[in-house]
Design a protein around this ligand. Structure first.
Ligand SMILES: NC(=O)NCCC(=O)O
Ligand SMILES: [Zn+2]
Length: 573
């Protein structure tokens, strides 16, 4: 049952939501500046030197540290029912772990259960996730089959529910054939959505599995043997060819091999609009786990496409990221405990596919990329945050430190170190593929929507504090790249009118949400119609504050106000 929000005395109402970060180096994808940042009520209100700061504001001294846009992980599978198991990191524990590592937003994949419509799947994911998430989140919708109903409901999801990306599979027993992919891409293009593919040739994999098992190869080493590089690169090429026919922007999830990245490189040179996502696992690990004599260890590393046995792959993928052949690093966090992995003890094809990464993505990319000298901090920001924000139309609200952006910020200490271990991580899973890796670079403070949730290294995440963020169709970065420069917020100055704009946003979003009929309790729920916001303010810096015990009025969808008052500096609201 919900309890009323405590009223906060008037003299405390604003200072508790104020924060100033001084003396740090602000890193954006387009450069590094030395300025102070003033945050109020969840967003960045001033950037510059000699700012006028109200009394009672908390100060964080970031001398010697980098100030980064919070990480955006565009690829997670929390509490995902897959291959006879359910991934153990749920939306609470998964997003809490994300924050611990400096990721302040995730995009999960809504995956319909057998017989479930994609619309019901969306409602069910919202109902599951909304009260659990500690950070903001959005959803991609998976299309495990194709039909006229799917096509119709894609439109509803885009128009009414803030979905702008759809994932199709070219492998697994729910893969689409080429004609279905063609139709799905065509519909994405018409709606202004981004088509995503899991690119592996599922028919070849099925035949290879049969052949290997018949030869008595049943252990985890059979996994990569059944899915060699060419099986991945062939599918990437086919997806690019299909996307080109209907002029649909394509995002290839988890590019795991040099061959696949080379196909993307060539396609981009030929003006095919394709974006590539690497995984943190693929940047750090090769396939040498396959020869390990412990089943638990080998199976713990199984994901698809597989980690490659070619030991030069991780560095090659990093170089592809440095050269903008690949644009994004995700985690594909899909965690199964050792006991669950045992489902495939006698048959590698039954080992639930998936590894961890949501917590360690930022540290591992920093270690392998920046600390190793392959990329600089600005490219780090681009591939861990900004590019995902641009592709999925969250920029510049997310992925940038500018006036008016959400105060999702990481204060990164590049000289501190930590050693990754399953014993100390915040995830539910009992295994960590990066076990023992020493990382230079630690998130000392993590700020999400203006609230300090990692405070001098101490995690104070709050269940339910995150919001579902609607993603609008036709992301300019993808559909109209020339416009992206116009979206860039000011990096310096002060915006007062944003407060008013937030009020407008709030009113519109409450109106809109309440237009959604609430079904009787016995029905599968729509996202709950929210009651009006009560008076009084939350103390968002108070670690005992918990929205899950609160009125559920704090969730609101983001509605973009296309032409708000206040001029260009706040033009993205
Ligand atoms: N990648 C993986 O092995 N597991 C998660 C599901 C998927 O993305 O294919
Ligand atoms: Zn995945």
């Amino acid at each position: 049952m919900s309890t009323p929000v405590k009223k906060v005395p008037i003299h405390l109402q604003s200072s508790q939501n104020r924060l100033v970060i001084r003396h740090g180096k602000i890193v954006n994808e387009d450069g590094i500046t030395e300025d102070d940042i003033y945050i109020e009520d969840g967003f960045i209100k001033q950037i510059g030197r000699n700012l006028i700061i109200p009394g009672g504001t908390r100060t964080i001294d970031a001398r010697g540290k980098y100030i980064l846009p919070g990480g955006i992980d565009p690829h997670t599978h929390f509490e995902f029912e897959f291959m006879g198991s359910k991934s153990v990191d749920d939306f609470y524990q998964g997003t809490k772990a994300a924050l611990a590592g400096g990721t302040t937003m995730i995009i999960d994949f809504a995956f319909p259960k057998p017989g479930e419509s994609i619309l019901d799947c969306f409602y069910n994911y919202r109902q599951t996730a909304d009260d659990k998430v500690c950070c903001d989140y959005s959803l991609h919708m998976c299309l495990p089959h194709w039909s006229e109903q799917v096509k119709r409901e894609m439109e509803i999801l885009c128009k009414d529910h803030g979905i702008n990306s759809f994932k199709m599979f070219m492998a697994y027993n729910f893969m689409l054939n080429d004609a279905e992919l063609y139709s799905a891409f065509e519909q994405c293009q018409k709606l202004g959505a981004v088509a995503q593919v899991h690119a592996e040739n599922g028919s070849i994999i099925a035949k290879n599995v049969e052949r290997l098992l018949a030869k008595g190869i049943v252990g985890p080493e059979g996994h990569e043997l059944s899915r060699p590089e060419e099986v991945e690169s062939e599918a990437v090429n086919r997806a690019c060819v299909i996307a080109k026919q209907v002029d649909c922007p394509l995002y290839v999830v988890h590019v795991m091999s040099k061959q696949a990245a080379e196909v993307i490189s060539l396609a981009r040179k030929n003006n095919i609009q394709v974006y590539g996502e690497a995984l943190v696992a693929g940047l750090s690990k090769d396939g040498s786990h396959c020869t390990h004599n412990s089943f638990q260890y080998s199976a713990g590393h199984i994901l698809s496409p597989p980690l490659r046995s070619d030991p030069s792959t991780p560095l090659a993928l990093l170089n592809f990221l440095a050269q903008d052949v690949l644009q994004v690093v995700g985690s594909d966090n899909c965690t199964f405990n050792s006991k669950q992995k045992e489902l495939g003890k006698d048959n590698f094809s039954k080992i639930p596919n998936g590894v961890n990464g949501v917590e360690d993505r930022m540290s591992v990319v920093w270690e392998k990329g920046v600390h190793a000298g392959v990329i600089d901090p600005t490219r780090f920001v681009a591939i861990t945050s900004t590019n995902a924000a641009k592709i999925f139309n969250l920029y510049p609200r997310k992925g940038y430190i500018g006036i008016g952006s959400d105060a999702d910020i990481v204060i990164w200490n590049p000289t501190a170190t930590r050693i990754i271990s399953a014993k100390t991580h915040h995830q539910a899973v009992d295994f960590n593929i990066f076990e023992g890796l020493e990382c230079h670079g630690v998130p000392e403070y993590v700020i999400v929507n203006g609230r300090v949730v990692v405070d001098e290294g101490q995690l104070k995440a709050v269940q339910g504090f995150g919001r579902f963020i609607e993603t609008a169709v036709f992301p300019p970065f993808v559909y109209d790249p020339a416009k992206v420069e116009d979206l860039k917020p000011q990096r310096n100055g002060n915006v007062d009118e944003i407060q008013d704009i937030r009020e407008i946003e709030k009113i519109i979003s409450e109106d809109k949400i309440c237009l959604t009929p609430t079904l009787p309790e016995s029905n599968i729920g729509t996202p709950t119609c929210k009651a009006p916001r009560p008076e009084g303010q939350r103390n968002i810096q108070d670690s005992t504050f918990s929205i899950s015990e609160d009125l559920d009025t704090e969730h609101k969808s983001c509605i973009r106000v296309r032409n708000p008052p206040g001029g260009k500096s706040s033009g993205f609201w």
